[in-house]
Design a protein around this ligand. Structure first.
Ligand SMILES: Nc1ncnc2c1ncn2[C@@H]1O[C@H](COP(=O)(O)OP(=O)(O)OP(=O)(O)O)[C@@H](O)[C@H]1O
Ligand SMILES: [Mg+2]
Length: 767
């Protein structure tokens, strides 16, 4: 490391470098690219992560300044300051002497200085951000050192040659040198997490106003509602005293009409706001799910994820809606009711106030316990849904094995468990409601008794007692509504937590990050690749695999079933990240490349082609959404699919059923091939692409595939000898490694594994 530092050369950064530079400063990509990750003190790393938001602001600022000053020539910085103090080993100085770049370099540098503290010690340039991160730039690499404190920093600055510990070296692809890099993604890498609270405000957006007005209107409605008992009391007293009823009656009508109007307003506003909110939440959640890496879907069942998308969002939506429509109103009624009761009769209210809080606390405690019971019952119900979904999804297998009874039993068993819990929950809720109503009715009885006594003593009027009783009854129903709402809110909070967790989950593979290449030649290298599936961390599927596919070459993979051939195809698509080694495409590590871009350049015909439950046309268009109908038909002809499609009464408009169930295996494969042709990729993966075709169709499709493969790097996985032997090179996979590599004749002469495989197949064919 020291020798590397000694011979390094400091030079100004080309303005074009900034995007690249800043992107590389992204802590996540640094961590991903570092082989020294384990050497770094975890605490320091965490600190770095914590400071990331601050840090991002800085780097964004620089980017902004640089962009603004892109064409600004006014800076006249003494270039000597930034030029190299040594010229050893630098062949790229020409790039930086380019006249067009000078001013850009200088303006960038000037601004760079303003944002960071820059120190030059001997021939190393240090850029210090905050107190504990130091970047030094040399050649086209940046080294990053994490310093825990000022003392660390000083030590490194004082003697940079000997004291630099655990640095991470990140290579900068200099865009001046590398014209092939066309774009780097600036998309958020998802490090910033959001709380449930913030997520609520972000998702509800401008509808917060509607929601807020809804709450205010609900409060008004409950306040108006509080006037009703009062007016009724007045009406009774007027009747008793023989006064005119007209005034109070008109007042009562107005109050009732006002309340009806307010009820309509708040419930409409809240409903609209909540429906829009839940639709947005569902979309955000679905979007977050789609961004997760494939390993995540290996670990979470479809049923479970669908449940989150439907049940959890539903729970949140209804709790939110009811919190306002019932909660706010009931709360308003209780508070207003208490005040009214005190105003009507302090003595009677005092009696009631001693009993009510005790009842409410006991009720709340009990409701909390009920909530946990209902969560358990919901979970059990979700389990039974998963069983049902699995059975229906695999109905052909279920019926082929005549296992309807078995599946039904499995469902009943899960259902029984859920039933037991929900029955218990139902009984407990019944007890809760029974006890609550008994308690509340007892309170009413006490009010009648004590209130009657007060009326007979002349301490309150009959009308006042009536108002008091109506208030008590309203409060009683408000209390029971609140207790139901409480359980609902508790389960919704659980749901919201699960939703937030998923939305916050940073995918292990961020497919938006990394750069794209202007030109893709299609050279693929697997270098000492080790791989284990995340769900089976103890099974090494690939063990130091080395494989090279030169641009335009057709390389076939042979080997026993379960040997890892499809796994190699999946790794090339970056569905999973490898544990050791590297996979490079045109010399760039697959981890540096933008995965979405990469996948768009790879055409795969997989072992089990899956289609969507729509028309054949739409399924074909999935390969290239911009393809015209003529292009689609042309691709279908090439894939030998046009004929059978045209024979369907509805032709290209034929619906293929769920996962293409209404088509034969060979038809599905031909559609998948046409889809790949439409994509026009530079790299092709054919994983048993023609295994379901008869030899006649295979011959026809093979011609199409040969056309498709021309000039493109192709990885062919096939069991059939005929497909394998035409490849330029053949790799035989054994124990997670390429055990033999060469063309058909070479491998046959070698008389090793490939020879054995061929012999076995030939003898099978003869039988
Ligand atoms: N998603 C997964 N999670 C865990 N293990 C997996 C997963 N997919 C495959 N495996 C395991 O990885 C190993 C290699 O599987 P792979 O599908 O790559 O084999 P293959 O060589 O393509 O076999 P075949 O010729 O039968 O298609 C197998 O042992 C398999 O059980
Ligand atoms: Mg396979």
């Amino acid at each position: 490391m020291n020798s590397l530092l000694r011979c390094c050369l400091i030079k100004p950064i080309n303005i074009k470098n900034t995007t690249s530079f800043i992107n590389k400063l992204n802590p996540k990509s640094i961590i991903q690219k570092s082989n020294n990750y384990n050497n770094i003190n975890k605490n320091i790393l965490n600190k770095f992560k914590d400071s990331s938001s601050n840090y991002f602001i800085n780097s964004n600022k620089i980017l902004e300044i640089c962009n603004n000053n892109n064409n600004n020539n006014k800076y006249n910085v003494n270039k000597r300051n930034y030029s190299s103090s040594s010229n050893s080993g630098n062949n790229n100085n020409n790039n930086y002497n380019n006249k067009n770049n000078n001013n850009n370099n200088e303006s960038f540098y000037k601004k760079f200085e303003n944002s960071f503290e820059i120190k030059r010690i001997k021939d190393i340039l240090f850029i210090i951000v905050g107190t504990f991160v130091i970047f030094k730039i040399y050649d086209n690499k940046i080294g990053i050192v994490f310093c825990e404190n000022e003392i660390d920093k000083e030590t490194i600055l004082n003697d940079p040659y000997d004291k630099i510990p655990n640095e991470i070296i990140v290579e900068l692809k200099d865009s001046a040198k590398d014209d092939n890099i066309i774009e780097e993604s600036d998309e958020d890498d998802g490090i910033k997490k959001i709380s449930s609270f913030k997520l609520f405000f972000k998702t509800i957006g401008n509808d917060i106003w509607l929601f807020g007005f809804g709450i205010i209107t609900a409060f008004f409605s409950s306040w108006v509602g509080l006037q009703i008992p009062k007016v009724f009391g007045v009406l009774i007293d007027c009747t008793k005293n023989g006064d005119s009823l007209q005034g109070p009656a008109i007042q009562a009508i107005f109050i009732l009409l006002a309340q009806a109007g307010l009820n309509f307003l708040y419930s409409t506003m809240i409903s609209v706001a909540c429906e829009r909110y839940s639709a947005r939440l569902r979309s955000t959640l679905f979007g977050a799910m789609l961004e997760q890496e494939i390993g995540f879907f290996d670990q979470n069942s479809t049923g479970d994820l669908i449940n989150r998308l439907s049940s959890d969002v539903q729970l949140v939506r209804s709790a939110l809606k009811h919190s306002v429509s019932l909660g706010v109103k009931s709360f308003g009624q209780i508070v207003g009711g208490v005040i009214s009761l005190i105003l009507i009769s302090p003595k009677l209210s005092l009696g009631m106030m001693t009993i009510l809080p005790t009842m409410v606390s006991v009720g709340t405690f009990y409701a909390g316990w009920l909530k946990s019971l209902s969560v358990r019952s919901q979970r059990a119900q979700a389990q039974s849904t998963i069983v049902a979904e699995e059975a229906i999804g695999n109905i052909r297998t279920v019926q082929a094995f005549s296992n309807q009874h078995y599946e039904s039993e499995r469902f009943i068993e899960k259902n029984q468990h859920s039933l037991a819990l929900s029955t218990e929950s139902g009984v407990q809720i019944g007890i809760f409601q029974g006890v609550t109503s008994l308690a509340l009715n007892s309170v009413s009885l006490l009010v009648y008794w004590y209130g009657g006594t007060l009326v007979s003593r002349g301490e309150m009027t009959g009308g006042q007692l009536t108002s008091f009783i109506i208030h008590t009854m309203n409060m009683q129903s408000s209390f029971s509504q609140l207790s139901i709402l409480f359980t609902q809110i508790m389960s919704a909070m659980g749901g919201m937590q699960r939703i937030t967790e998923l939305i916050n989950r940073v995918p292990l593979i961020n497919s938006n990050q990394g750069f794209k290449l202007r030109e893709l030649k299609g050279e693929i290298k697997f270098i000492n690749v080790d791989f284990k599936y995340p769900t089976r961390p103890h099974v090494h599927v690939l063990n130091g695999l080395n494989l090279t596919l030169k641009p335009g070459q057709v390389v076939a993979l042979a080997g026993s079933s379960g040997g890892g051939k499809s796994t190699i195809a999946g790794l090339l698509e970056r569905f999973y990240d490898i544990s050791n080694g590297d996979i490079t495409i045109d010399g760039y590590s697959i981890k540096q490349l933008n995965a979405k871009w990469l996948r768009s350049r790879i055409g795969i015909v997989s072992q089990e082609p899956s289609l969507f439950a729509t028309t054949i046309l739409e399924n074909l268009r999935y390969g290239n959404p911009n393809a015209t109908e003529d292009e689609i038909i042309e691709a279908a002809k090439l894939a030998n699919a046009h004929q059978f499609i045209s024979n369907f009464p509805k032709g290209y408009e034929t619906i293929v059923g769920e996962r293409g169930v209404q088509l034969s295996g060979g038809q599905k494969q031909r559609i998948a091939i046409a889809r790949a042709i439409l994509k026009n990729p530079q790299i092709i993966i054919l994983d048993e692409a023609t295994s379901a075709l008869d030899s006649q169709s295979e011959l026809l499709v093979q011609t199409a595939l040969d056309n498709l493969m021309k000039g493109r790097t192709t990885l062919v996985i096939a069991h059939r000898l005929s497909t394998v032997q035409n490849a330029d090179l053949i790799g035989v996979l054994s124990h997670g490694k390429i055990a033999e590599f060469g063309n058909h004749n070479e491998l046959m002469n070698h008389k090793g594994l490939y020879y054995k495989l061929v012999q076995r197949q030939l003898s099978q064919q003869q039988q």
